[in-house]
Design a binder for this molecule. Structure first.
Ligand code: AMP
Length: 303
């Protein structure tokens, strides 16, 4: 396994793979790797000749009062894990090599970046879209792998790749959970024992809401209210940023469930912000489900 820190070397290495006809699977991460990340790495490895994993805590996607400084970092542990997975390359650029003095250019998928997490983290998705565009330009992958745990991020990346005519398949990968349902996240490390025990309420809330939809309930407001009630019953939940029922491409809040439906939650437990989501097919309207987003989790090239 090779560790590359310089963007130009990463780029040239990828171009050599391309020129010899080898496919590159790319997994962008911020490190502190867990099984969720590693599931993406395994898939990248399985579906491509070469697996490249980037580790970069991207300063421009954190707000001024967010956790950039204290975001968990574990380069040694990450390197060991990636060696075990037989990743081929770790790309670990310095901040100054991605954002040199005078950096001025940003990427933004309008509208969809302002909804859900975007409404509570202004500039977050602009930072994500910018760094992912840069990383894709440097690593030149055939396919890039993203977790559906960050569903909005996945949709935004798919959109920017399409809008910017980038010849890359964006592959969405299922959320990996702890045994009690909590979605794995590097930020789970911030939770104390009581908070950790409370955190699976998010998964239970999503599961219950999805069961209501599957049982035929189409009143989205009713489901939203039940979700809020469920979350607020848990004393460790200090703030609900959002919890509700959304259209999975636009993230508009739904009043009535018609087709594929995104259930999404962002809460604070103590000082830790946790997000999770679930995509639900509505049995009520099976016609609307053909060509749905589930079938598009591996986006084909649309140039
Ligand atoms: P991060 O390091 O948090 O930026 O995440 C890097 C990638 O791993 C993103 O595409 C995430 O969506 C994905 N990811 C994070 N947690 C999980 C999880 N529990 N299951 C699947 N993918 C995940």
């Amino acid at each position: 396994m090779e560790i590359i820190r310089v963007p130009r070397i990463m780029h040239d290495t990828s171009m050599k793979f391309c020129m010899t006809g080898r496919t590159i699977g790319f997994v962008p991460t911020m490190g502190a790797l867990h099984e969720g990340h590693l599931s993406l790495v395994r898939r990248a490895k399985y579906e491509n000749d070469v697996a490249v994993v980037s580790i970069f805590v991207n300063p421009i996607q954190f707000g001024p009062s967010e956790d950039f400084e204290k975001y968990p970092r574990d380069i040694e542990g990450d390197t060991e894990k990636l060696k075990k997975e037989e990743a081929d390359i770790i790309f670990m650029p310095e901040i100054s090599s991605l954002y040199p003095d005078g950096f001025l250019t940003h990427i933004e998928a309008e509208k969809i970046s302002e909804k859900l997490c975007g409404a509570f983290r202004p500039g977050h998705f602009r930072g994500v879209a910018t760094v992912v565009t840069k990383l894709l330009n440097i690593a030149r992958p055939t396919r890039a792998y993203f977790g559906l745990k960050d569903f909005q991020q996945y949709v935004i990346i798919r959109k920017l790749v399409k809008d910017l005519n980038m010849d890359i398949d964006i592959v969405g990968c299922p959320t990996v959970r702890e045994q009690d349902g909590l979605a794995m996240s590097s930020r789970n490390a911030y939770l104390d024992r009581v908070q950790r025990e409370a955190a699976p309420v998010i998964y239970r809330c999503l599961t219950e809401a999805s069961e209501l939809i599957k049982s035929g309930i189409i009143n989205a407001q009713y489901i939203k209210e039940l979700m809020h009630e469920r979350l607020l019953k848990e004393p460790a939940v200090s703030v609900i940023d959002y919890a509700g029922v959304y259209e999975p491409e636009t993230f508009d809040e739904l009043s009535e469930i018609k087709g594929d439906t995104l259930l999404a939650v962002a809460v604070r437990i103590g000082g830790t912000r946790l997000i999770d989501n679930m995509l639900v097919e509505s049995r009520e309207n099976p016609d609307l489900n053909s060509g749905n987003i589930k079938n598009k989790v591996s986006q084909k090239k649309e140039i």
